[in-house]
Design a binder for this molecule. Structure first.
Ligand code: AP5
Ligand code: MG
Length: 214
């Protein structure tokens, strides 16, 4: 099953992805996590993505699609994948549909998490992330185990792009470049608009129900 997790920065894509990927038994592929891993490891790819990410803009399409293609070609993704944060432009969406269709595959479902901007700013400025396993926490809503990741024990960090001024730019980028993905996907895949506000468990139940999972 190929499922897309879609929504603005801070809408809870990463938070919902862990349980959903486990339930679907497919790998969780988050382009933001891939870029951050390269940044941390100091690779050439990381150096190319850095300025775009830190400014709240998008990494160019050709480069991003190339990275996604090589991840999708790995054996664990042969039967399906949970994509988080991709596609993020209409061009990326067209590319993905063509890539899947050339392999007799399709998008089985899109989860569109809808969260108002005020809630997003609060969530992102309080977010803490695990640089090792990618788990996300929040100082108020979903605290980690002290300063350590509750899953793997690594000290949690604050992301560079969670500063208030970068968060505003990310929201503008989302409205301008990412929302146009939806009209590309709606005619070819079931798009489930899910309220992304409320408890994490409540939202998980909405997501599972939309996909017919229990
Ligand atoms: P990426 O890492 O994908 O960032 P994003 O889309 O901006 O989304 P986030 O990861 O910030 O938020 P999320 O929706 O995962 O929310 P989370 O679960 O963490 O991308 C980063 C950058 O990489 C981009 O800006 C771009 O430069 C580049 N990039 C990535 N993909 C690209 C692409 N395809 N093309 C081009 N460039 C690309 O939750 C947020 C916080 O809220 C957490 O603290 C969490 O604990 C809390 N929270 C979650 N749910 C709830 C709840 N129900 N109630 C209260 N708090 C909650
Ligand atoms: Mg995320």
């Amino acid at each position: 099953m190929t499922v897309l997790l879609f929504g603005p920065p801070g809408s809870g894509k990463g938070t919902q992805a862990k349980d959903l990927a486990a339930r679907l038994r497919v790998p969780h592929v988050a382009t933001g996590d891939i870029f951050r891993r390269h940044l941390k490891e100091g690779t050439e790819l990381g150096a190319r993505a850095k300025a775009y990410m830190q400014g709240g803009g998008l990494v160019p399409d050709a480069f991003t699609c190339e990275i996604v293609a090589s991840r999708l070609e790995e054996p664990d993704a042969a039967k399906g994948v949970l994509l988080d944060g991709f596609p993020r432009t209409a061009a990326q969406a067209e590319w993905l549909l063509a890539w899947l269709s050339a392999r007799g595959r399709r998008v089985d479902g899109v989860i569109n998490l809808v969260v108002p901007d005020e809630a997003i700013v609060k969530r992102l400025t309080g977010r803490r992330s695990c640089p090792s396993c990618g788990a996300t926490f929040h100082v108020e809503f979903a605290p980690a185990n002290g300063e350590q990741c509750s899953r793997c024990g690594t000290p949690v960090i604050q992301r560079d792009d969670d500063k208030p001024e970068v968060v505003r730019t990310r929201l503008e980028t989302y409205a301008r470049e990412t929302l146009p993905v939806l009209p590309v996907l709606r005619p070819v895949a079931p798009v489930h608009d899910i309220a992304g506000t409320g408890d994490v468990a409540e939202i998980r139940a909405r997501v599972f129900a939309a996909l017919g999972l229990n």
